[in-house]
Ligand binder design. Structure first.
Ligand code: UD1
Length: 431
């Protein structure tokens, strides 16, 4: 099993390009199921979750073509299967995103229930209730959601009890081909939801209220193929900025968008970073200083994203002073805390708040990644720590960070991917 070896303790310094957003790419690939003609998606990141989605749609009969610019064209006119098997869904919960499009276009979908998750229970009741409100007949049997509709889904008024990103995306996609108008209240307005809506509208959908919590979808009878470029990954951007901040370094990130990252940029400034931005770049300079601890509370966009919580826990672990990080989205998203404590972090976990008293130096240690963003947190901690950190189970990180070790090497980090390591591997990363 691959591991990352990191020789930490030096500031990172350099310039890299940010990839397309994973959380926008996945629903866009599912949206191809709605189109009568092929769609072409540009700026797709090379990630395990994207490969899993392509495998899932391929199993259903979709045909993928990669052109010279590495854009992916998807033709779903060849579909023969309307199911998402447990074997794939258990590796990626976002597979649930095929439910709404399959039901809307083909009137049937058999999708495995995702099962447990390291960061919390993550139910899908909101997806199911919304589709039922649109007239779908849904039963759950043998671990599968069996959804059917006779004729088109029908427009409905849906109030989401809780803000759900993929729940909102599933229901918007289902509503695009429904008969009549669907109004979704308390919708998620994450930039990835907005990006999906831009794609759907380009395909011929009629969605208004874009970027707000009330979306109105007027159903149309067909959607067509189009060409669309995925927005930059704001969580990848935030992760590399935090790497700069907690090592006292400087980074310039290109091909990104500072407008979708306000909450994170403000917290980094509060931590002492000097930040400059342009239309598609962000420059962060810590001027060699240790960061100051910050208080953070996660909440739906535009508040501070839960997907940046673990990285900021690492930041507070090496910061001056004490900071409280409160997680309000997922009930069990502090698995990284125990691993940080093994590196010498002083963190007191009280319910859903991690109170951290920053230490001057973390010390490298073997640590275990438990989920995608927890693994990013451990890599960041390894960059700041004195000595060698070995991050195990990095298949989690490959789900969401494109070429992480190459990008960090470009920023001057001593990091290396190994499957089995020896003492000489540990010395070799010191360059
Ligand atoms: C998406 C993101 C994930 C991010 C999360 C929150 C993708 C592929 N993943 O996950 O990176 O961390 O948003 O920003 O876009 N909930 C219910 N019932 C439901 C659905 C959700 O109770 O039917 C609850 C969840 O348990 C959680 C909260 O709503 O407490 C938010 O979850 P949700 O926004 O749905 O997360 P995902 O869409 O799975």
């Amino acid at each position: 099993m691959d591991k990352l070896l990191i020789a930490g303790g030096t500031p990172i310094n350099g310039e890299i390009r940010i990839s397309g957003a994973k959380n926008a790419t996945l629903p866009m690939l599912a949206a191809a199921l709605l189109a009568s003609t092929p769609i072409e998606i540009c700026n797709i990141p090379h990630l395990q979750d994207v490969t899993t989605t392509i495998e899932l749609l391929g199993l259903m009969g979709a045909v993928f073509t990669v052109n010279d610019d590495l854009n992916i064209q998807i033709d779903t006119s060849t579909l023969t299967q309307f199911s998402a098997p447990y074997e794939l869904v258990k590796t990626m919960r976002a597979s649930i995103l095929v439910l709404g499009p399959l039901l809307a276009r083909y009137g049937k979908a058999d999708v495995s229930l995702p099962g447990g998750c390291a960061i919390g229970s993550r139910p899908i009741n909101l997806h199911i209730h919304g589709l039922q409100a649109m007239g779908a007949d849904i039963t759950i049997k043998n671990g599968y959601i069996h959804a059917r509709t006779h004729g088109r889904l029908r427009g409905a008024k849906i109030l989401m009890d809780q803000v759900s990103v993929t729940g909102t995306e599933n229901l918007i996609m289902a509503a695009t081909l429904a008969n009549g108008v669907t109004i979704i209240e308390n919708a998620a307005c994450e930039p990835e939801v907005t990006d999906l809506i831009h794609l759907l509208n380009k395909m011929g959908a009629e969605i208004t209220g874009v970027g707000t919590t009330t979306l109105t979808v007027e159903g149309v009878s067909t959607l067509n193929g189009t060409k669309y470029t995925v927005l930059p990954d704001r969580i990848e951007t935030g992760t590399y900025l935090t790497a700069g901040a907690l090592t006292g370094g400087k980074v310039k990130l290109k091909n990104t968008d500072p407008k979708i990252l306000d909450a994170v940029l403000l917290k980094l400034e509060e931590a002492g970073a000097e930040i400059d931005t342009g239309v598609d770049w962000i420059y962060l300079d810590m001027k060699g200083k240790r960061p100051k601890a910050v208080d953070v509370c996660t909440a739906p966009y535009p508040a501070f994203p839960t997907d940046m919580q673990a990285q900021f826990t690492a930041l507070n672990a090496v910061a001056e002073g004490s900071g409280a990080i409160t997680e309000t989205i997922f009930e069990n998203r502090f698995m990284h805390v125990q691993e940080l404590q093994r590196m010498g972090a002083e963190i007191n976990l009280r319910g859903n708040t991690a109170v951290t008293k920053g230490v001057k130096n973390l010390t490298g240690a073997p640590v275990m990644a438990t989920d995608l963003r927890a693994s990013a947190c451990l890599v960041l901690a390894g960059l700041a720590a004195q000595g060698t950190t070995i991050v195990d189970r990095i298949y989690h990180i490959d789900r969401g960070y494109e070429c992480i070790e190459e990008k960090l090497q470009n920023l001057g980090a001593n990091i290396k991917r190994v499957s089995n390591y020896t003492v000489s591997d540990i010395y070799s990363i010191y360059g």
